[in-house]
Every structure is written in C-alpha cells, then in structure tokens.
Design a protein around this ligand. Sequence first.
Ligand code: HEM
Length: 94
Amino acid sequence: MGCNQCNQASPQEQLVLSLEPMTRAQVARHNKPNDCWLVIDDIVYNLSSYKDVHPGNPDMILRFAGKDATAPFREYGHSPYAVEQLFSLGAAVG
Ligand code: HEM
C-alpha cells in the first residue's frame, strides 16, 4: 500500500529488482491490472499499486501495461513532482 495521506507510493512495494537485464518481452507479460509494469526511459516500473493513486486515474496507466510509456509520460508534461514520484518508485534497468 502506498501512503493514503499524500498519494505517495511505497518504494518497497514498487521495487522491481533484477540482476539480469529484462527484455521487452518479459515486461510485456505484466499487462494486467494487478500485475502492471511499464517502461519509462529504459527503466521498468511496477505500477500495480501506484495506478490506483495516480492523479491521472488508473486507466492512463493501464493503457500502457506491459509497454513503453516514455513518450506519453513526457507528452502529458508531468510536473517535477511527478518525475520525483517516478524516481521514488524503484526500478530495474532493462
Ligand atoms: C510512474 C508513472 C507516472 C507517475 C509517477 C505519474 C504521476 C502523475 C502526477 C503526480 C500527476 C499530477 C499532475 C502532475 O504533478 O504532473 C499526474 C497527472 C496525470 N498523468 Fe501521470 N504519472 C505517471 C504515468 C502516466 C502515464 C503513463 C500517463 C499516460 C498518458 C499519465 C497521464 C496523466 C494525466 C493525463 C494526468 C492529468 C490528470 C488531470 O489533470 O486530471 N501519467 N501523473
């Protein structure tokens, strides 16, 4: 669970750690609401929980489940706060 006071995701919960680089095909398997991974700038994020507190609603995240969301993330023009959230979500390099 993320923090329900401030909408902040819990870093522990979101961390996707991998010693081996992940392939896009592996990420693509995580394309369900409760198993929802996204790639942003070559980093893999598990947004299964964060999607529920995303200010842009879960659908925006689910649309890119298992996919690369780098361009849509940029195109929306997220605030520095959103980028900070992204860093706090934890990652695995792919
Ligand atoms: C880990 C990934 C993401 C994080 C941490 C994140 C975070 C946020 C945050 C904090 C906001 C509030 C406004 C702001 O501070 O900029 C926001 C709004 C929004 N986000 Fe995201 N976002 C993510 C991914 C996405 C993706 C992939 C999309 C797809 C286009 C998206 C679309 C939107 C939209 C449309 C809003 C505006 C909602 C509104 O104003 O009603 N976000 N996001």
